[in-house]
Structure formats: structure tokens, C-alpha cells
Design a protein around this ligand. Structure first.
Ligand code: ZN
Ligand code: ZN
Ligand code: ZN
Length: 128
């Protein structure tokens, strides 16, 4: 015969800074019950997946799609420091050869510059 007499529920919530939406990221449920003469408890911890489907701790919200990203997927635009998820960030090789992440605006700017440079190349010598 088992009688539950108390349940505790603890939720861990983060709030999206732009929309104000709250997202439950973790739920901890503890149930205390009596079994015979003994008082027992069990705790279940449900870790919500990030919208990127990772189980890593959340790191921040993407400014373009509002997605909550984990520490692995979250990053900032190398030009304007806008927070980005892995889906919205466009990766590009920087001049020094490292892979950088750019937001759609900065990526668009970079693409335009490249295009312009390509068009003008036969006529203008660019100094890097
Ligand atoms: Zn995004
Ligand atoms: Zn992730
Ligand atoms: Zn940017």
C-alpha cells in the first residue's frame, strides 16, 4: 500500500528577451510517499531539449529566429555581435583563414562587397 502525500515540482524557466515568452528548460519533480512504515521520496528530473535538439545547457537566444540555443550551437556574429543560433549564422572563412559566423545582414554585406570587388577587379587593384 503506497500513499502519496506530497509532490514538489520545480521548474527552471528562461525568458526570451525580445518576445517575453517563457520557456521551461528543466523540470524537477519530487514525490514523497509512505510505504508501510517508511517515508520515501523519489525525484525525477526532466531536462528539456533546446530547440536545436541538443541536451546541452542553454547559452542564449538567436536574434533572428528567437530560438534558444545550447552552448555548442550559440554564437555571435563576428561583425556586429548579434546573437545567433547555428541555423541562422552563416559561416564564412575570414581573411586569416578561420571560420567565422555572420548574421544575415553582415553576410549580405560581405557578399555584396565580394560581388563588387569581383566586378571591379579587372579595373582596380585592391589593397588588402
Ligand atoms: Zn536562429
Ligand atoms: Zn545545440
Ligand atoms: Zn552581423
Amino acid at each position: 500500500m503506497r500513499e502519496e502525500y506530497r509532490t514538489e515540482c520545480e521548474t527552471n524557466v528562461v525568458e526570451n528577451p525580445w518576445t517575453g515568452h517563457r520557456i521551461v528548460i528543466d523540470v524537477t519533480e519530487t514525490t514523497h510517499y509512505v510505504e508501510g512504515e517508511a517515508l520515501r521520496s523519489y525525484t525525477t528530473r526532466i531536462q528539456g531539449a533546446r530547440r536545436c535538439a541538443c541536451l546541452k545547457p542553454p547559452a542564449g537566444f538567436c536574434a533572428e529566429c528567437d530560438m534558444l540555443s545550447c552552448v555548442d550551437c550559440y554564437g555571435r556574429c563576428a561583425e556586429c555581435a548579434k546573437p545567433l543560433c547555428s541555423k541562422c549564422g552563416r559561416t564564412q572563412k575570414s581573411r586569416s583563414g578561420e571560420t567565422i559566423r555572420l548574421c544575415s545582414e553582415c553576410y549580405g554585406d560581405a557578399a555584396r562587397k565580394r560581388l563588387l570587388r569581383g566586378l571591379l577587379k579587372p579595373f582596380v587593384e585592391f589593397q588588402e
